[in-house]
Design a protein around this ligand. Structure first.
Ligand code: MN
Length: 479
């Protein structure tokens, strides 16, 4: 279970009685949070910060505990912030500053100097807020009485985002082959993305995976086929082609387990030793949270794995997608997003069908793939581009819709969506911002989640929402 440490600040100026009460209140809050976030995170209270030494010790513990996804801080009393400088300098995990009180209401009839000294977050949290800002530490601040639903919801968001960042910092990405020839937006600075997001992106020879695939036994293929037939409808009679994909998936799984890999990128220009492009193999792997990027796109592969992690435990679908083609009927514009094959099964609204059909590109045997119609509802589309001197996240709000008519001749899975605030502003803003044709679409995450991820990782963010205007386009053009 992931852990969120809770660190409460005070000082020894107020005497033992006061500190006992601070500790008691902090313990009560911890118990309350553990009830609220059961199954999501375990909240553990660390010793009160009373001086620089106790702060350093706490923050070292936060930074070095692999189970720990972040730290929540709160100043019950005044806690002089120079005591926090060296500790915060040791912090390497996401930080949330909870600006709250043990009491919701002010006891007007009984309040005295002791009560005011004991409950002075308005004083202590501002002193602390200054030093976090002064140290330039990216962090979240949530204010309000800690039992209020809106406060709980925002802490819960922080937990999901911090979990994803922790996952990101441990993520290994395998690149099979290089970037697709001549493609620009899928490329990127792998040194910078490791510094910023933690992704260890390294090259692996596809031949080493193919060797593992060729060692997969008939029994292992049988087992994988059972998994496929239990989840999907077998439409094809070409079972041999599906078994070939089952072999690929087992081989990939073994390779990933051996090397601790959580995301991969390949390119159809470099699939030596494979008879088919990975279709259902890649689709099914994405369904298990493995990141995937086509055309050598390691960035979208890693980002998709991170955002799938962020959405864990929530309703909705999250996965990689490619912008493909439009219906440009005026006023009713829609986008059809899909891929050659590798549309994650996460987006299936209907029970996916396994079929084997010609691909028309890639020069391989007909691949087995999953075909389905996509989910519907409000969602976001997120991408990450390398602007040369920094990374930029672009997040657009979209509405995933039912496809207006069946597409019986389209042999791949697909989703369809409407751009916000409308087609022109939505797509023009995306292009002006330098948005890629690869993105992560999610009906589980919101712009607020992505904004917090961008803030905590110190990444530039451009959002395109219902409120984006023509004037915003001008600002983007001048960026
Ligand atoms: Mn593409």
């Amino acid at each position: 279970m992931s852990k969120l440490y809770f660190v409460v600040g005070s000082q020894d100026l107020y005497g033992d009685e006061c500190l006992k009460q601070v500790k008691k209140d902090a313990e009560g809050m911890t118990a309350f949070f553990n009830e609220q976030f059961k199954g999501q995170v375990e909240v553990e209270l660390l010793p009160l910060v009373l001086n620089s030494e106790s702060c350093i010790e706490n923050m070292r513990k936060v930074s070095c505990d692999d189970e720990c996804i972040g730290v929540m801080t709160w100043m019950h009393t005044f806690s002089p912030a120079k005591m926090w400088i060296k500790g915060l300098q040791e912090l390497r995990k996401p930080l949330i500053h909870l600006h709250t009180q043990a009491n919701e209401k002010l006891p007007y009839d009984t309040i005295d100097m002791d009560f005011m000294n004991l409950n002075q977050a308005a004083h202590g949290d501002r002193e602390y807020g200054f030093i976090v800002a002064r140290l330039r530490i990216p962090h979240e601040v949530v204010s309000g009485f800690y039992k209020q639903e809106k406060v709980i919801k925002r802490i819960s968001r922080f937990i999901d985002v911090a979990k994803a960042i922790n996952f990101s910092k441990h993520l290994k990405v395998a690149s099979f082959g290089n970037n697709m020839r001549e493609v620009a937006v899928t490329d990127g600075d792998r040194v910078e993305s490791q510094i910023k997001f933690g992704w260890e992106c390294n090259y692996f020879a596809l031949g080493d995976v193919v060797k593992m695939m060729n060692e997969v036994t008939e029994q292992e293929i049988d087992k994988k086929m059972e998994e496929y037939t239990s989840k999907y409808t077998m439409k094809t009679t070409n079972i041999a082609a599906v078994r070939e994909q089952a072999k690929y998936e087992v081989g990939f799984e073994k390779f990933f387990a051996k090397h601790g890999i959580g995301a991969f990128a390949d390119t159809f220009q470099d699939l030596y030793g494979l008879k088919q492009l990975p279709g259902i193999a890649a689709q099914n792997l994405m369904g298990k949270g493995i990141g995937f990027g086509p055309e050598g796109d390691y960035k979208i592969s890693a980002l998709s794995a991170v955002l799938m992690k962020m959405s864990e435990g929530r309703e909705g679908s999250t996965g990689f997608i490619e912008d493909y083609t439009y219906d440009l009927t005026e006023g009713e514009e829609l986008e059809l997003a899909s891929h050659m094959l590798e549309v994650p099964v996460n987006f299936a609204k209907t029970k996916p069908e396994i079929d084997v059909l010609p691909l028309g590109i890639g020069g391989k045997e007909d691949p087995a793939r999953l075909i389905f119609d996509g989910v519907e509802g409000d969602g976001i589309q997120v991408t990450l581009v390398d602007m040369g001197d920094h990374f930029r996240i672009i997040c657009a709000e979209i509405e995933l819709v039912k496809q207006p008519k069946p597409m019986p001749k389209l042999p791949v899975a697909r989703i369809m969506y409407r751009h916000k605030p409308n087609f022109n502003i939505g797509t023009e803003a995306w292009c002006l911002a330098g948005g890629a044709h690869h993105s992560v679409v999610s009906t589980a995450l919101t712009t607020d989640d992505i904004a917090l991820f961008a803030r905590l990782t110190g990444t530039e963010l451009i959002t395109i929402t219902d409120k984006t205007t023509e004037a915003d386009l001008q600002k983007l053009a001048a960026y």
